[in-house]
Design a protein around this ligand. Structure first.
Ligand code: MN
Length: 195
């Protein structure tokens, strides 16, 4: 079973995450930030990775610690569930349109964490959430999942759709990249023999 659970507690946040890579996209999100929950719903739903995420964070300060630490914990859970990465497709990308917005996510489940993030919001917040925190989330996620992740927005006419297109594009690419390739199910997808 490609599943994992993470419990992470600091003076700033207390988080539990459970994932099943071979799920159906069943999820329960409780970060205390409505818009963030809405985005994480997309991440699970469109990756078909079951995700339970609970975070009690210091939201009275601001949303930074919660966004970053949830990214850390989800990344750790996915890395743990992947194990030795045997049989995965490894590379995937998705161009994701939402009305007048188009965003690409391309990723390599390589064990080499890296983030390229090219997107500019024209508002400081969507819902209650600071738009600068989406980069923080994906940075923490990529570093802890061990994924090379490129997110690029080509154009947008709506900040809600801009954020949502990122999460959906990453989700869809993640689904393809972590899926077992039946033609190579017993192999680790690297000529080095390890990822
Ligand atoms: Mn929406």
């Amino acid at each position: 079973m490609r599943t994992a659970q993470i419990a992470r507690k600091t003076n700033e946040t207390e988080i539990t995450v459970a994932v099943n890579l071979d799920g159906t996209g069943a999820h329960a999100m409780a970060t205390g930030i409505g818009f963030f929950d809405h985005m994480l719903d997309q991440l699970s739903r469109h990756s078909l990775i079951d995700m339970d995420v609970s975070c009690k964070g210091d939201l009275h300060i601001d949303f930074h610690h919660t966004a970053e630490d949830v990214g850390i914990a989800i990344g750790q859970a996915i890395s743990k569930a992947l194990g030795d990465k045997k049989g995965i497709r490894r590379y995937a990308s998705c161009d994701l349109p939402m009305d007048g917005t188009l965003t690409r996510a391309a990723l390599d489940v390589s064990g080499r964490p890296f983030l390229v993030f090219r997107a500019e919001f024209s508002r400081d917040k969507v819902g209650e959430m600071d738009t600068e925190l989406f980069r923080e989330f994906f940075q923490a996620f990529a570093m802890n999942a061990g994924i090379t992740l490129h997110i690029e927005n080509f154009y947008t006419d709506n900040n809600h759709h801009l954020a949502e297109s990122m999460f959906k594009a990453v989700a869809r690419a993640l689904r393809d990249a972590v899926e077992i390739d039946p033609r190579a199910a017993d192999r680790i997808p690297s000529t080095k023999g390890t990822l």
